[in-house]
Design a protein around this ligand. Structure first.
Ligand code: RP5
Ligand code: MG
Ligand code: MG
Length: 277
């Protein structure tokens, strides 16, 4: 499917308007003679330790399509092209050149923990009256940046294992671990540590994120961790933290409108668990 959320209107947190292209014009293989997207590198990236330098910086010698020191510049989608020193978005045009607000040229790797439990009343699983299937709930956060509801995911730090990112981001965004006292932090870490030991990989690849550009894009590994009995994560009280301003259990259903490609990840979990969608 062609990307959609990274093609329209104003680029997030800017006054820059994307160059409009039709679905047919997205693939690089299709010639678009007048394609002249604006260039945007957000000023927030300047001298940030988590961001690459500008592509024309003489000291910047990235190793594209490989592990570059601790930075993973491989794409889950396979090798990407690099034209005039800049990686090209593997899904095609976005109407904007540069990095936008993304820290890395090329793939920006994230991880998304999809934590689920059954909706219950008085201990019994609730079913949807139409599909007769049990209703699954996932732990959703409201993003501070755009206000949209989302999976509590985040960026993989250089050298960090994806399994660690999944656990860390969940604790930061849904359990506010960065501001928790020592006792609560320890208790949550122990409980989540055990719970996160076994998950089901749902998706690995490109994300249709509104921040994507022609030269920088989001990729993720989405993993489902399920509390079947509401005895572990399912019964703990949630507290939003870091880049989340709200957190709650949300019923999974096809009308969900979530950030980036998150609805499709949640749909895959509902199918996997034979839940209502
Ligand atoms: C999405 O952005 C990913 O699926 C992940 O949920 C998220 C990571 O970015 P931040 O939450 O750190 O902004 O593309
Ligand atoms: Mg985060
Ligand atoms: Mg996040």
């Amino acid at each position: 499917m062609v990307h959609v959320k990274c093609r329209s209107g104003l680029y997030p947190f800017s006054e820059i308007r994307r160059f409009a292209i039709s679905d047919d014009q997205v693939p690089w293989a299709v010639l678009v003679a007048n394609y002249s997207p604006p260039h945007y590198d957000s000023p927030v990236l300047r001298n940030k330790p988590w961001a690459d330098p500008p592509c024309d910086d003489k000291n910047f010698k990235p190793k594209w399509n490989e592990l570059d020191g601790k930075i993973n510049r491989n794409s889950h989608t396979g090798p990407y092209s690099v034209v005039e020193g800049r990686p090209l978005n593997p899904k095609g045009r976005t109407g904007l050149q540069g990095r936008g607000v993304l820290g890395r040229w090329g793939p920006n790797h994230a991880a998304d923990p999809i934590v689920t439990r059954w909706k219950r009343s008085e201990g019994m699983k609730e079913t949807n009256p139409i599909t007769q299937l049990p209703i699954l709930q996932f732990c959703a956060i409201q993003r501070r940046d755009c206000g949209q509801w989302a999976i509590p995911g985040g960026m993989v730090d250089p050298g960090e294992k994806v399994s660690e990112t999944l656990r860390r981001e969940f604790l930061e965004e849904a359990f506010n671990s960065l501001e928790a006292g020592q006792d609560r932090r320890k208790m949550n870490e122990e409980m989540i540590g055990e719970f996160f030991e076994s998950g089901n990989e749902i998706f690995k690849g490109y994300v249709d994120d509104p921040r994507n550009t022609d030269n920088a894009w989001m990729e993720t590994v989405a993993v489902n961790f399920h509390d079947d009995s509401n005895e572990t994560v399912g019964k703990f009280s949630l507290q939003a933290g870091d880049d989340a301003k709200n957190v709650k259990w949300v019923d999974i259903d096809k009308d969900l409108d979530l950030y980036a490609s998150h609805s499709s990840f949640v749909e895959a979990v509902a199918k996997l668990r034979h839940a209502h969608w």
